[in-house]
Design a protein around this ligand. Structure first.
Ligand code: CAA
Length: 388
């Protein structure tokens, strides 16, 4: 679908072509099987690392491509249009752990982790949520107690994307549980590697969609993480997580956009092929109106997302725009995939046609990295803060 509203540079078009070609040749042939069998293919991410897709926002000194946010999102949308499960691993890795280490890591932490992460030799994950702390992330209970040169971590993280396969996990834990400092201020961030004794991969979720992306619980049982793995300042972990999610939510918006765009493309082609009452169904206004509304909402989502990403690239605050982008794109993806199924009729409801998976995959974009309700809270708070 047309990108006319957002003129891409020659470099962006080249990256878009490369991502689309990679997705078509290396991902598309396997996506249905991966979805059916809930298989996570680490090899495909390794190849994406070789092409630079896992270090898109990292500077060349750390083997990254040093690209801006807009260019990264162009590539992410292409991957998501073919396989939203692969896209979420790419989004989390590029937006959260790599950026957190780049921004708040010590020179030693950046040296140790960023190059292998940029090359895709180490996959990153982000562990904030817990079984009892989802939308209310600041109520997390994972404990970290200082013991000599280490912090000792105890607790359970939940809903960790790529958590079973990641080599670097950014873990938010409570380092100060003194009564007066409970809540957001007593939380710190640790760089955890799965080789540390006491790290256990727990329950793997059996999900409705995004089945080829492993979502797991992680159990920490007296896990001793070296003090050198504390990221940034003690007690600043919650603010780091929130600031990082401002970026992460742009990635999820691009993922939602890719899903929605793919649904529109499939539905448009199907409407031209499928004949009922003696003519292709695209000749019925009921179908044309659906497709027109789908295209309009997708174009509006993209315009909002790229305006937000451009603001980020200019160094402006994006908390509200990022939430707006994620909210609008994810609700668009859910709405568009629902319409696509309606256009396919019974064929949309079976696994033989692609829109069934797109519909299942779309739903989680309204849930993770902050539900639609949380995005509305963030948007509304900013209105009140500015007295609008
Ligand atoms: N940027 C910078 N600082 C921020 C911030 C932001 N975007 N948002 C909050 N903060 C700061 C506040 O200024 C405050 O700092 P001070 O204490 O210094 O004043 C501190 O963080 C606490 O903020 P709040 O009082 O606003 O905290 P809250 O408890 O009311 O929670 C919330 C706010 C928006 C509801 C937050 O909890 C939230 O976003 N919840 C949703 C959680 C979420 O998105 N989880 C996603 C899990 S990760 C995931 O899904 C990844 C994946 O695998 C795909």
């Amino acid at each position: 679908m047309s990108w006319a509203l957002i003129p891409l540079t020659e470099e962006q078009r080249e990256i878009q072509r490369t991502a689309a070609e990679f997705a078509r040749s290396e991902i598309a042939p396997h996506s249905d099987l991966w979805d059916r069998q809930a298989t996570f293919d680490r090899g495909v991410l390794a190849r994406m690392g070789e092409l630079g897709f896992l270090g898109m926002l990292l500077p060349p000194e750390y083997d990254g491509l040093g690209l801006d946010t807009c260019t990264y999102l162009v590539a992410l949308e292409e991957i998501a249009a073919v396989d939203a499960s692969v896209a979420v691993a790419m989004s989390v890795h590029n937006s959260l752990p790599t950026q957190m280490i780049l921004r708040w890591g010590t020179a030693e932490q950046r040296e140790r982790f960023l190059r292998p992460m940029a090359r895709g030799e180490m996959l990153g994950a982000f562990a904030l949520s817990e079984p009892e702390a989802g939308s209310d992330a600041a109520s997390l209970r994972m404990q970290a107690e200082r013991d000599g040169d280490c912090w000792v971590l105890n607790g359970t993280k939940a809903w960790v994307t790529s958590g079973s396969d990641a080599e670097v996990i950014l873990v938010m834990a409570r380092t100060d549980s003194a009564a007066e400092r409970r809540g957001a201020r007593g939380i710190s961030t640790f760089i955890v590697t799965p080789d540390l004794p006491g790290f256990h991969v727990g329950k793997k979720e059996d999900k409705m969609g995004l089945r080829a992306s492993p979502t797991v619980q992680l159990n920490f049982d007296n896990l001793r993480v070296p003090a050198a793995n504390l990221l940034g300042g003690e007690g600043k972990g919650f603010v780091y997580a929130m600031q990082s999610l401002d970026n992460g939510r742009l990635g999820i918006a691009a993922q939602a956009l890719g899903i929605a765009r793919a649904a529109l493309e499939h539905a448009t082609r199907y409407a031209a092929e499928r004949r009922q009452f003696g003519k292709p169904i695209k000749e019925f206004q009921a179908i044309q109106f659906k497709l027109a509304d789908m295209a309009t909402r997708i174009t509006a989502s993209r315009a909002l997302l790229y305006a937000a990403a451009a603001a980020k690239d200019r160094g402006e605050p994006i908390t509200q725009f990022s939430s707006m982008s994620k909210l609008f794109a994810s609700e668009t993806a859910m709405w568009v995939t629902t319409q696509a199924i309606q256009i396919f009729g019974g064929y949309g409801y079976v696994k033989e046609y692609p829109v069934e998976r797109l519909f299942r995959d779309a739903k989680v974009t309204e849930i993770y990295e902050g539900t639609s309700e949380i995005q509305r809270i963030v948007i509304a708070r900013e209105l009140f803060a500015r007295g609008e």
